[in-house]
Design a protein around this ligand. Sequence first.
Ligand SMILES: [Zn+2]
Ligand SMILES: [Zn+2]
Length: 610
Amino acid sequence: MVNRRGTVDLPWDLTPTGLMPEPPTCTNVWSLPVAERKVPRSARSGAVRIVFLGGLGEIGRNCAVIEIGGGPSGDGPDRKLLLIDCGLMFPDPDMHGIDLVLPDFTYLRENAERIVAVVATHGHEDHVGALQFLLREMSVPVYGSALTLGLARNRIEEAGLLGKTKLNVVADGDRVQIGPFDVEFIPVTHSVPHAHAIAVHTPQGVILHSGDFKIDLTPVDGRRTDLARIGELAKTAKDGRRGIRVLLADSTNSEEPGHAPSETSVGSVLRSLFAECRGRRIITASFASHLHRIQQIADAAIDSGRVVATLGMSIRKNVQLGIDLGVLSIPASKLIDVDDIDRYPPGEVCVISTGSQGEPMSALALLARGENKFVKLCDNDTVILSSHAIPGNESNVNRVMDGLLRLGAQVVHSGIRDVHATGHAQADELKTYLSIAQPEWYVPVHGEYRHLVANAALGTLMGVPRDRVLVCEDGDVLTVGDDRVEFAGRVPAGYLYVDGIVGDVGLGVLRDRAVLAEEGVVVVVVTVDRQTGKVLVGPEIITRGWVYAPEAEDLLDEACDTIAAAVEKSLANGVRDVEALERDVRRAAGKFVADRTKRRPMIVPVVMEA
Ligand SMILES: [Zn+2]
Ligand SMILES: [Zn+2]
């Protein structure tokens, strides 16, 4: 495989599927040496560029750009940009006070006039959650399925941008001309209904973005990943156009061997659980956008003689959206308001809640703390967590489960029963996909670096030559030319941190917050007389998080004496400049604190002159 730094050996021993040391000989026509292939003249019409702004190296903030019309080098001034997804990422615990992380918009800002649209693969936050922030800066139309746009719409509406944003609904299989882009929306199965892969038909052949997908052969709605269409694209068409030039494929579960279980397998587990819980009240938690899961929970509930109530704002909104779009089917007579659940015997109620990730303010977390105003838990409740904790959320989820158990509820989670199925393709599905798509070049997307590397190994295993498997990272630019796909520089792709209002939190602020959180702060205030060169007032020390001041008077007195001595010495040497004096204070205070307590709080010196 090849990354930006050059060719690297595949870490064969890291791959989970017991790969053979040498990949089998490739039979894909596009893997033949260029000279042996017939490259049609029509293909020689300028390079196409692919720019990755997020999602390659982390799970979240997915955002890629396809560019055409930029001439032979691909980067000419006439090029146009098409965005595929614009998602957000939830912060790590060490990003103090950060609410969200977005893709860096610098490149998009610089090319705002060239952007023709955003196409959304599906309605998950890591794909559409940053749209509202982008749309604040520029007005571009958004394309996606009705459900995808319905889910994205809430956030766009919250930002007050609905009026000036054109939302274009596409149907499965639609091929839409968007400016110079010929874009096809191919159905795929995932953990939100109506997701799409995106095929962009370019002068350099088809660039296929898999979107988030799994190959679920028995999906809840019978709408399968359209492998037949992908196979059709892979064949060199009669007009001599190339097959799939570049495949960008979901890497999330590339380390997992085998095939992901079908979503419908969860339905049968739920049914037997509901049967076991006769007479008990059931509360479930799942992702609010996972309408197929919600459908299966509702079906199991209604079939076992229960009514259904939703708990939590997002699930209520999404259930209504699903019913309006015909994606969800729950008879109105069986859907009750959560206020009314006590009018039914516990064994005839099922509450469908949000909060499967243990989010502290979610309905389920409030329930686990006994603070939910609609539902109070008791020992006749069974709580089913029909979900899997996203990395980083485990401790929150564990805390919620402990709370539920303390209140006497029975808790069922995916660790003890198969009440969850992933929405992302595992190794065998990726291999199937690769064998059908037969891409000329393969670029793993959507994953941490190790997921990308594991997915790259699958590409090689399935016959894509090693030098045509490109492991890219956020910020990488690829040029798809007549003969090859190459790394062609970098664009800014750092994290954009959102705390309240977008854009005002940089790395410096985050570093300060980390010091404040871990070590505390020491403020030293001194007033000096410039004329006489004497300390007039202070030093006074105010601290939070270093030592608890009322219990450390002696230490603080000693610190004041040490700092006063340092300031007086400087003054005696003729130093009068406030900044220089502040440096002396910081140095003296920092040394004292480190020597005496082995801690490194933030030192804030304030020198005032009288
Ligand atoms: Zn995703
Ligand atoms: Zn997704």
